[in-house]
Design a protein around this ligand. Structure first.
Ligand SMILES: Cc1ncc(C[n+]2csc(CCOP(=O)(O)OP(=O)(O)O)c2C)c(N)n1
Length: 676
């Protein structure tokens, strides 16, 4: 927001930073789309960091102790691709020529898992910054758990580039406030303060005093650095790094005053350069002005050499490998555990721990709320899962996400539980950062209705295939008197719409345990656990039925030659079970299918699905939420019972009557279908 005076555009010899500029300009031009402005404006920032400070090894992007680099302003993707290519990652020039094309390794915005060296998927502004805060927290905590005197095995920085957009987004407040409070001293954030966003000069909509804002969060702020002066940037980074060893070290914000599109002779400094190709004439003029004689997508040999970081990276990692060998000798068990955790593999005994929980009589098998059942599960399994990292957005006592062994995260990096404060979105995006970092399985709680606040981060976890677990309690009108603001109605359906997200809505303690097991053993995406506030009646099950829960939907109550199938989830399974019993007494043969996870059910083969939901048998579904989602499952002939309005404020029992989520209603619908 602190727009600098327009910097003079002067002719100069091509610099290493110019290599980033020309690769960006050429790639955007060739794609006929993209964002040249930010990469060109941040070229010196990237040069100072990547050539001067970043400890990485392009030949091993997965090196455990690498510095993490996050480009939160993901639209500047060509900056990152240029850096990865030039420093020697497996990203050949051909890929830069394929910028933004189908199946290339250079998609429009950086995507983790697609491009070697990309640490997180960015594009939704502000979230990369939140991921970086999560990564810096993960580094601090992993170091505290595994480092030993003389063995600093985990010891690196997390760097993040942000623009005005990231800092305007509310999530930046959530996570930067928390980063300051937690004293994440190895987090170094570069603010690309170019004074421009898409609509133009940001002074009209973003006039905050950013240095003061971050100082108020408890950050170390280095203000007014010339973002085109590599030497000044280098000094600032060195000063920021000293925080890591300072007493009460703080995260650092380096405010870099830059010009968007710097280098473009007529367009630099204008919002026109934000998101459109420069045009051939402008690029030609830039080539002439810079004395850049290389053809498009060619880098002068001396600049290519200056960028190549492979040998240095290999040597750096080899040094660390020797350190790690010494650590392995001195602390073999710790070293093995560190490798297990960061590989994401689970303790071998976890399966038997779950089995024991499910088969041993206890409170889990009594009438308890599923949020309480969830806590019982956590209590039982947490000690076997040191990678478990819990938390809640200020609702611990309601979400029941804590256990007796939960310890608040401390300034020294110890602990296993974070009160994120009232920051649902920040929590979800930080958890993504922790999962991406590795060594942790983060889970965090809030009321289900506030999952809307977290939603884009849940979507990003699904897109990035990250194991993050959302504990969403108070999952329906069953929460009662807090009323419609707090009663989720469309949320279950809406969360199920996110591809690669798994939504479990268990009906009792045993289903809750198996939902947790599914969430933990799932290594390629997030899970939302929808849990009740109110106590739910437990069900008797055969061993076969217990095994079938993991399939997402199974027959809970059956009759020979059923005439109708009732399908229910969570708290409504009990209503359906009462209905089934009443109908049975009237001589009507009813099947009840409990479907705690619709997505898991629909990954089963057709034989299994048809055996549970036979084709042609009338279906009635009941869930305390919107009905349209279920209409696809019950079909044209079926009936979906639910709530298609907002809830009401009243005791839960009255609300179930008011919204006719009752055995009487279910009976009427079922009999109606049988008669047809
Ligand atoms: C959450 C979100 N909202 C909107 C956008 C669309 N968008 C992409 S870049 C941008 C402007 C960002 O401004 P700034 O960070 O200053 O980038 P610069 O103009 O310097 O490239 C917007 C609104 C987005 N990517 N993410």
């Amino acid at each position: 927001m602190n727009a600098p005076e327009k910097l003079a555009v002067t002719a100069s010899a091509p610099s290493t930073a110019d290599a980033l500029r020309f690769l960006t300009a050429d790639a955007v031009e060739s794609a006929k789309s993209g964002h040249p402005g930010a990469p060109m404006g941040m070229a010196e920032m990237a040069d100072a960091l990547w050539r001067g400070h970043l400890r990485h090894n392009p030949l091993d992007p997965a090196w455990l102790n690498r510095d993490r680099f996050v480009l939160s302003n993901g639209h500047a993707s060509m900056l990152l691709y240029s850096l990865l290519h030039l420093t020697g990652y497996d990203l050949p020039m051909d890929q830069l020529k394929q910028f933004r094309q189908l199946h290339s390794k250079t998609p429009g915005h950086p995507e983790v898992g697609v491009t070697p060296g990309v640490e997180t998927t960015t594009g939704p502004l502000g979230q990369g910054l939140a991921n970086a805060v999560g990564m810096a927290l993960a580094e601090k905590m992993l170091a505290a758990s595994f480092n030993r005197p003389g063995h600093q095995i985990i010891d690196h920085h997390t760097y993040v580039f942000v623009g005005d957009g990231c800092l305007m987004e509310g999530i930046s407040h959530e996570v930067c406030s928390l980063a300051g409070t937690l004293g994440l001293a190895k987090l170094i954030c570069f603010y690309d303060d170019n004074g421009i966003s898409i609509d133009g000069d940001v002074q009209a909509w973003f006039a905050d005093d950013t240095p003061q804002r971050f100082a108020a969060y408890g950050w170390n702020v280095i203000a007014a650095v010339d973002g085109h002066d590599v030497a000044a940037l280098d000094l600032a980074i060195s000063a920021a790094k000293r925080q890591a060893t300072a007493q009460n070290g703080r995260p650092t914000l380096i405010c870099c005053q830059t010009m968007i599109g710097k280098g473009a002779p007529t367009k630099a400094g204008s919002h026109e350069v934000h998101g459109a190709p420069l045009g051939t004439a402008e690029i030609a003029a830039m080539r002439a002005q810079k004395g850049w004689h290389a053809a498009p997508f060619e880098v002068p040999a001396e600049l290519a050499v200056a960028w190549d970081a492979r040998a240095a990276g290999q040597a750096r990692q080899a040094g660390w490998d020797r350190q790690f060998e010494a650590y392995q000798l001195a602390h073999p068990a710790l070293a093995a555990e560190l490798l297990r955790r960061t590989a994401g593999s689970l303790p071998a005994e976890l399966t038997s721990i779950f089995l024991q929980l499910i088969t041993t009589p206890g409170e889990l098998h009594k009438k308890v709320a599923t949020r309480k059942a969830s806590q019982l599960v956590l209590e039982h399994i947490s000690s076997a899962l040191p990678e478990f990292f819990g938390g809640s957005a200020d609702l611990t006592g309601s979400n029941l996400t804590n256990v007796k062994a939960s310890r608040w995260v401390n300034h020294d990096g110890s602990g296993n539980y974070l009160s994120y404060g009232v920051r649902e979105f920040g929590m979800a995006a930080m958890m993504n950062g922790m999962a991406l970092y590795g060594g942790f399985i983060p889970y965090g709680g809030t009321f289900m209705t506030f999952s809307d606040y977290s939603r884009n981060a849940i979507r990003m976890a699904a897109l990035m295939k990250q194991r993050v677990i959302h504990v969403l309690t108070h999952d329906s009108i069953g929460l009662g008197e807090d009323g419609p603001t707090h009663q989720p109605v469309e949320h279950a359906a809406s969360l199920r719409l996110i591809p690669n997200n798994r939504v479990w809505r268990p009906c009792d303690g045993v289903e809750t345990a198996l939902a947790w097991q599914a969430a933990i053993t799932r290594s390629d995406g997030p899970t939302c656990l929808l849990l009740s506030r109110q106590a739910l009646t437990p069900f008797e099950r055969s061993a076969e039925q217990v095994r079938a829960i993991a399939r997402g939907g199974y027959i809970l109550i059956d009759a020979p030659e059923p005439q109708v199938v009732l399908i229910a989830t969570g708290s409504e399974v009990e209503i359906a079970a009462i209905t089934a019993q009443q109908l049975a007494r009237k001589g009507v043969a009813v099947r009840l299918v409990s479907m705690p996870c619709v997505e898991a059910f629909y990954t089963q083969d057709a034989n299994y699905r048809n055996s549970v939901l036979p084709i042609g048998l009338p279906r009635v579904s009941i869930e305390a939420g919107v009905t349209w989602f279920w209409r696809a499952i019950v079909g044209e002939q079926g009936v979906a019972i639910g709530i298609d309005t907002f809830g009401e404020s009243a005791p839960a029992d009255q609300l179930y009557q008011h919204f006719t989520l009752t055995p009487a209603q279910l009976t009427e619908c079922a009999l109606g279908l049988i008669k047809e």
